[in-house]
Ligand binder design. Structure first.
Ligand SMILES: [Zn+2]
Length: 524
């Protein structure tokens, strides 16, 4: 209760001009109206590079124009994002393990598969070296690369981290480890799938991911000549002759123990061919000019991805993956909150960039491009506030704030959320590193820009509702307009998000990372 009172007092003290009473109330209906348009079957699931996404973008731009928001892309409202589709031609690919005179072919899709995420070298043969977890974490004096000659070799690693290593650091380090690997002279990577992962699911999910940023510098895979994922059930093919077995190594891994590192007795020889073609795509950026003569040159990027999965394999005869909650709801929230601010004549001190990212599905490509090539000076971006999935399937009891402990934005979020009588939900999957991996806010954090994602929380007895939604609707044709929606939850989510946006955009002090945050690494 004390926290709640303090929260309200702070809100009134620092943001007199935006007291909630002066802002029009939300009803959830105006937001859902936009969702009904963006997630209609006529938008065909808004797949990147399709007419459906172009139609959705035309709708958004029409709305932005009506609201009087200024174009702030590179070409009017658009910021073109160069993408390409890249696919391994599997019938022309082969991979064999070479041990002296002995050659053992791998059965692609059964033993292993080659991913589409790098420009493959057509012919490659290199010795393999087992690097355990393959982690290098200077903050904790941990280094799986140390003392081994890795030049010209292909690394073989397992996924996870030993006990005693900070989980956020481990998750973040495994994401960016190719750069360290490349610096150490490695030319390729074989990741052994986690034994608990479903192999057919993994094969399908990874091999159908084919869209990438055209600029190799931005993919994080520069210099990687081959990337293979290996079936854990067949991993002994790699360890033969070393005195180690996959079973032994998985058991050590499961116990959180450190893993041995050693050269393998085999080389991998691979021949591959790829199909490549450019994809037309763009982000949309619109500006609400700030009111403060000094702070208006700083920006809060308020974002949501507008793309969806498009048309895919039919489920129960339905092949349109409408993406109503993921993420027509987020794009709609940007439009609805912009309209509310305009209606109230509210102009925060800093400028706000209403930004609709392309190609989030399959790797946050639009936001990665924007964070690398922002349409305003990168140093002038004070913060990113991202919305992905307003899961309005339950009453709003809590908010899950991804990144809540990383920067000052988290403190503001705690205060605003408490002042709305809502709890902060805890992230129950810290090792998934959802702050970075779950949506576009990660692209900003990895450029050192304080970022946060506001999501509906599912505390306690509500957790199974979210699990069910993720299993039955997310990324399926059933995330559509027919699902039950709680309009009060949408309205309250919007109230909180608007208050948070205004607080961040008005606060004369720029948000910063916490002293111990791993994302300080990326501040330039
Ligand atoms: Zn999404």
């Amino acid at each position: 209760m004390i926290g709640l009172l303090l929260g309200s007092a702070t809100l009134l003290f620092t943001t007199v001009t935006i007291a909630p009473a002066q802002q029009p109330a939300f009803d959830g209906k105006t937001l859902w109206h936009h969702v009904q348009i963006l997630a209609a079957d006529s938008m065909a699931g808004r797949g990147t590079g399709t007419l459906g996404l172009e139609r959705s973008e035309a709708y958004v731009i029409d709305q932005l124009r009506r609201l009087g928001l200024a174009p702030a892309g590179a070409n009017g409202y658009f910021q073109p994002v160069p993408l390409l589709r890249r696919e391994v031609i599997e019938q022309d690919a082969n991979a064999v393990l070479v041990r002296g005179a002995e050659v053992k072919p791998l059965v692609l899709r059964e033993d292993a598969f080659i991913t589409n995420d790098v420009d493959l070298t057509p012919k490659l043969e290199a010795p393999l070296v087992f690097l355990g977890w393959g982690l290098q974490i200077p903050e904790q004096n941990y280094d799986d690369f140390a003392g081994l000659d890795l030049r010209g070799k292909i690394a073989v690693t397992m996924s996870g981290a030993p006990e005693g290593i900070d989980q956020a650091l481990a998750a973040q380090s495994s994401r960016t480890r190719w750069k360290q690997a490349h610096d150490a002279g490695l030319v390729g990577w074989i990741e052994i799938a986690a034994p608990e992962a479903s192999w057919p699911f993994l094969v399908d999910a990874v091999t159908t991911t084919t869209k990438y940023l055209a600029d190799d510098e931005l993919t994080g895979a520069k210099g990687r000549q081959l990337h293979v994922v290996f079936n854990s059930a067949h991993a002994d093919k790699l360890f033969e002759g070393t005195g180690h077995t996959a079973e032994e190594l998985f058991a050590l891994g499961k116990a959180g123990r450190r893993l041995p590192r050693f050269p393998l007795q085999v080389s991998l020889r691979a021949a591959t061919r790829m199909r490549k073609e450019p994809i037309k795509s763009a982000n949309i950026v619109a500006k609400l000019e700030g009111s403060d003569p000094r702070l208006r040159h700083e920006y809060v990027v308020f974002s949501a991805h507008i793309d969806g999965l498009g048309i895919r394999n039919p489920v129960n005869g339905d092949s349109i993956y409408n993406g109503a909650i993921d993420n027509a709801s987020g794009a709609a929230a940007l439009l609805d909150i912009a309209a509310a601010l305009q209606k109230a004549g509210t102009r925060p001190s800093r400028s706000v960039l209403f930004t609709f990212f392309t190609a989030e599905e399959g790797g946050q490509l639009g936001s990665r491009y924007f964070a690398a090539h922002p349409t305003v000076d990168r140093k002038s971006i004070a913060a990113n506030i991202n919305i992905d999935e307003i899961q309005a399937t339950v009453p709003l009891k809590a908010m899950l704030v991804l990144g809540v402990d990383e920067s000052d934005l988290g403190d503001v979020a705690r205060r605003i959320v408490a002042s709305h009588n809502v709890a902060i939900d805890v992230d129950v999957e810290p090792l998934s590193n959802r702050f970075i991996n779950s949506s576009d806010q990660g692209s900003f954090a990895l450029r050192g820009i304080p970022a946060i994602r506001l999501a509906v929380g599912f505390p306690g007895e509500l957790a199974p509702v979210q699990r069910a939604w993720r299993r039955q609707r997310k990324h399926t044709p059933f995330d559509d307009l027919q699902q039950p929606i709680n309009l009060e939850t949408i309205a309250k989510y919007e109230e909180i998000t608007r208050a948070f946006l205004l607080e961040v955009a008005n606060d004369p002090r720029r948000p910063d990372w916490k002293p111990g945050s791993v994302y300080r690494r990326y501040v330039k």
